[in-house]
Design a protein around this ligand. Structure first.
Ligand code: BGC
Length: 348
């Protein structure tokens, strides 16, 4: 079902699509491909919206920290907002200190996407597309991005990303849902239990740019190989946690890049019994513990969002890969097709 959600300042209409399948309900905006709400049942069948969002388009435009949005052209940071490819240096939109974050000041999260609903066998979904012109936010090449959101018969939310370019470029698309499995606005996620299939992570400098090192998680607060409550090691004073105000790092997934999505993360909320499992074809995941939520934003239920009231698990290539030849490559050339898949499932 499609409804008018609101209008941008220039009058552009923003629509909202409602989807439901296999017990999962989802609302998606044409602005930023934003997942405005995602509802799943708890152990007693009671539904809650488990993704932070807003009621009004103005709030997304004026103050959203990427709630539920598609991120492009480059998920996470590129150091000093510059990279060199084939001998040419490209200067990007800088929107995070001296760095470029999430595609720059006017990233894919702030673009109006074309949206086509579909039904295919037992699945329902939306095909979103956006063409980013050559030079947009400093990135070379015209990038044609297609993102498919599918709700499967068993209630999985699958995302298939695709992109092509007419000049060599870099690309790293992801989704920025802020999860709280007890319900958006219900309080902290510190009791949620998280498991990540990674024995290394990429430590960062003060600006949250990877140093290039792949550090073992063994014996550190970054060890989520066995499920543990997110809050357990959050206050241990580890220098990496102090610098980022919590977890805001890329875990280098043990499986690396895979042709098919493989399981990499399980998030469980003991209070509601809700569980999220993530499988991806990507080599990394940014686990962000909502450190910069500061109580100034208010969700649909009238509840404010404070530090640690949600977390993000952004499947991706590593941050700043264009400046680290040792990281898996994010280069896309004409004639190639960028393809990645991430599947979110909500086992009962
Ligand atoms: C980044 C955080 C940033 C947040 C935006 C995350 O993906 O890692 O550093 O603050 O997005 O709200």
């Amino acid at each position: 079902m499609k409804t008018l959600f609101g209008r941008l300042a220039d009058g552009t209409e923003i629509h909202r699509w409602s989807l439901e399948n296999g017990g999962t309900r989802m609302k998606v905006l044409s602005y930023g491909g934003i997942v405005q709400s995602l509802e799943i049942p708890d152990r007693d069948g009671r539904y809650a919206d488990v993704s932070l969002g807003f009621d009004r388009i103005e709030e997304y435009v004026d103050s959203s920290p990427y709630f539920g949005a598609l991120i492009g052209r480059y998920g996470n940071r590129i150091g000093k907002g510059a990279f060199t490819l084939d001998g040419e240096t490209h200067r990007l939109s800088v929107d995070d200190g001296e760095n470029s974050l999430h595609g720059g000041a006017e990233g894919f999260d702030r673009r109006v996407w074309e949206v086509e609903p579909f039904t295919e066998g037992p699945d329902v979904g939306l095909r979103l597309s956006y063409t980013s012109v050559d030079g947009e936010q400093g990135y070379p090449g015209t990038l044609r991005a297609k993102v498919t959101y599918t709700l499967t018969a068993r209630g999985d939310w699958r995302i298939d990303y695709e992109a092509t370019t007419d000049k060599a470029t870099v690309v790293n698309l992801t989704s920025h849902v802020y999860w709280n499995l007890a319900g958006a606005g219900s309080g902290t996620i510190e009791d949620h239990e998280l498991q990540l299939a990674a024995s290394h992570y990429t430590p960062t400098d003060a600006g949250l740019i990877p140093t290039g090192e792949l550090a073992p998680v063994e014996g550190t607060p970054f060890d989520f190989r066995e499920s543990k409550p997110i809050g357990r090691d959050l206050r241990t004073g580890h220098p990496q946690l102090l610098a980022a105000k919590g977890y805001d790092h890329n875990w280098a997934l043990d499986k690396g890049v895979t042709a098919e999505p493989e399981h990499i993360a399980t998030l469980h909320d003991p209070s509601s019994g809700r569980t999220l499992r993530i499988a991806t074809s990507e080599p990394g995941v940014q686990f962000y513990s909502g450190n910069f939520l500061d109580g100034t934003l208010v969700g649909p239920g009238g509840r404010s969002y404070r530090q640690g009231d949600a977390l993000c698990l952004e499947t991706q290539h590593y941050p700043d890969s264009p400046n680290h030849p040792s990281f898996p490559s994010t280069v896309l050339r004409p004639g190639e097709t960028y393809r990645t898949t991430t599947i979110h499932s909500f086992p009962a």
